[in-house]
Design a binder for this molecule. Sequence first.
Ligand code: ZN
Length: 177
Amino acid sequence: MTGCLDCGTALGRRNVSGRCRTCTIKRVNACPATAEKRKAGIHAKLARDPDYRAALVRRAVTLHEKLTPEQQEARRLHGIRQRVTVLSRPDVQARTHSPEARAKRGRSASATWLSWCPADRREEYRRLIRSKRIPAAEARAIIEAEVAGTPAAARREVATHQLQMRLRHERDLASRY
Ligand SMILES: [Zn+2]
């Protein structure tokens, strides 16, 4: 077995790219052409799907409406100040577009997506959807059913209880004859 060209991680037998999943994603995300393509894709989606655009606007408006007028004004001014004094600086632009910054944003984004999943079960969730190729919704249901305190776990407990009751009932009936 050989290792990943970038980080040396052992690769699976079926690997053909020569890189592990993490390094492949890093390379794709660092590629300016891909970033352009994604940006174009998002713009196209916004142009062709008015409902999608409306939903985004609605969400932003809802968040905005939760603020007091003073907070709204303070945010507006803060945004302008940031844009003029900080975000337009070439060194800041270089930093925020760096591969490291992208990677960090990626990590915090997945922390948000996976917030339903306890930290010690995330590796298992990833294994289910990657190696076992189980659809994400199903994998989530599997993890949630095993994590105590979730609605899925409660439903499963009720189902188990009902099954036990039914079996006992059937046993009772059977023992009558
Ligand atoms: Zn690698």
